[in-house]
Write a protein that binds this ligand. Structure first.
Ligand SMILES: *Cc1c(COP(=O)(O)O)cnc(C)c1O
Length: 428
């Protein structure tokens, strides 16, 4: 069996036709028919019938259709949403601590300060109660409101969006939904990224769909889309020469990448259904394995795309070889970044996954299966050690106990069975 990767890109076959068209028509630039076409496809998807649930009161009310801007990365989408929210040096932005760094780093790019908020146990995402506590305390400490709130659909699981929006409305703070991992996840039938003022999507190589690299920002209106486009293309003023009155960025998606995206949109629903099937199968096959618990949706309202399937290991569960982990620094890094990382100088950090989790990762790796610890929360990252953080222990506890299992389009029933068998045979 070939190595099983966490989430491997999978092409429909139509991508190449759109890319060829771009070459044939000499649209090899960061704009063009594929960019327009891809944005239309995305708009159709996020505005789809099923996603408009009139029961849910949202910041932009039911005034969709939403507009979508295709960008060079999900990180760029976070960055531009913050710019459009007026975030600048010294401002504070509330960010879910349990996330990938790209939710927080753009706040730092702007000279602003990420303020981290911990998770609740049901969805593993931003705890709405702690969010309100954090806002109150920031106002008390600094005399100023945070400029934005960034909840994250970690591994695809929807956040408690109604509760979060209620707090956001109470304090009149815009919400930027980071749905980079949750493309196609829904809350009460409505697509994530359409509840807040802005919604972030990612099409990096390992996400639900790929454009090789890319992202998008869901905006509330055409007017907001135009503002984002302005900042995404170096903020050019309307003169016959380059005239700049604002700082802009070069963040537009290339017409070649957008061609890949148009091909990928034809199989998006298939991908989502596949990830859900894989999650279901893991749950079935691991049901009777004591000490391992799959993370499941807390209720029918929370319709996760299960971008990655995740499990928690009970600290009492003994995995073969767990006394011999963390003995030497790892050579490779997570995320296929071998050769790009700073080599680790130590074998341990002061916050790391439990020995049984690391032993399971090593056992799976030996069986040619890629797995990964859960994302290390931002408030325990050395780079953010001095940032304000409102914590309850949930995300660190999950980080210590959790593991991500493969779920992509190349993980079929046989692969899931093989992964589960490998897990079972690595238990003492
Ligand atoms: C992948 C990811 C991003 C950024 O997307 P890129 O396209 O890789 O820049 C942002 N937030 C989260 C939670 C992600 O997982």
């Amino acid at each position: 069996m070939e190595r099983i990767i966490l989430c491997m890109p999978h092409l429909s076959g139509k991508e190449i036709d759109f890319v060829k068209e771009a070459f044939a028509d000499n649209w090899v630039v960061p704009l063009g028919p594929n960019v327009d076409g891809f944005e239309k496809d995305l708009e159709k998807f996020v505005n789809s019938e099923k996603s408009l649930n009139p029961e849910i009161h949202t910041e932009s009310e039911l005034c969709p259709p939403k507009s979508v801007v295709a960008l060079s990365a999900g990180t760029a989408a976070v960055h531009l949403a913050l710019v459009a929210c007026g975030v600048g040096p010294g401002d504070e932005v509330i960010v879910q601590s349990f996330t990938f760094c790209a939710s927080a780093h753009p706040v730092s790019y702007l000279g602003a300060i990420p303020v981290f908020v911990d998770s609740e146990e049901e969805t593993w995402n931003m705890d709405p109660l702690l969010l309100e506590k954090a806002i109150e305390d920031r106002i008390l400490q600094t005399g100023k409101k945070p400029k934005a709130i960034i909840p994250v659909a970690l591994y695809g699981m929807p956040y408690k969006i109604e509760e979060i929006m209620e707090v956001a409305r109470k304090y009149n703070i815009p919400v930027i939904e980071d749905a980079a991992e949750g493309f196609g996840s829904r809350y009460k039938g409505r697509v994530l990224g359409t509840f807040g003022k802005y919604g972030v999507l990612s099409f990096n190589g390992n996400k639900m769909i790929t454009t090789s690299g890319g992202g998008a920002l869901i905006c509330g209106s055409l007017k907001e889309k135009k503002e984002i486009l302005f900042y995404a293309t170096q903020a050019r003023e309307g003169y016959p020469y380059y005239q700049h009155e604002k700082i802009g960025y070069n963040y537009r998606m290339s017409n070649i990448c957008a061609g890949i995206g148009r091909g990928q949109m034809t199989i998006l629903n298939e991908h989502i259904a596949h990830h859900k099937m894989v999650q279901q199968l893991y749950c079935e096959l691991l049901r009777d394995v004591e000490g391992i618990t799959m993370h499941i949706s807390p209720g029918i309202d929370y319709d996760s795309n299960f971008w990655l399937c995740t499990a928690l290991l009970n600290p009492d569960l003994k995995i073969k070889g767990q006394d011999r982990v963390y003995l030497s620094p790892v050579k490779e890094a997570v995320g296929g970044a071998a050769g790009l990382i700073n080599p680790a100088g130590t074998t341990h950090t002061d916050c790391e996954p439990d020995p049984n989790v690391e032993a399971l990762r090593v056992a799976l790796d030996k069986a040619n299966i890629e797995s990964r610890p859960l994302w290390k929360p931002m408030h325990v990252q050395p780079v953010y050690k001095n940032n304000p953080a409102y914590v309850n222990g949930v995300s660190v506890d999950l980080f210590r106990k959790g593991i991500c299992l493969p779920a992509g389009p190349f993980v079929g029933k046989d692969e899931v069975k093989y992964i589960v068998e490998t897990i079972k045979s690595s238990i003492c």
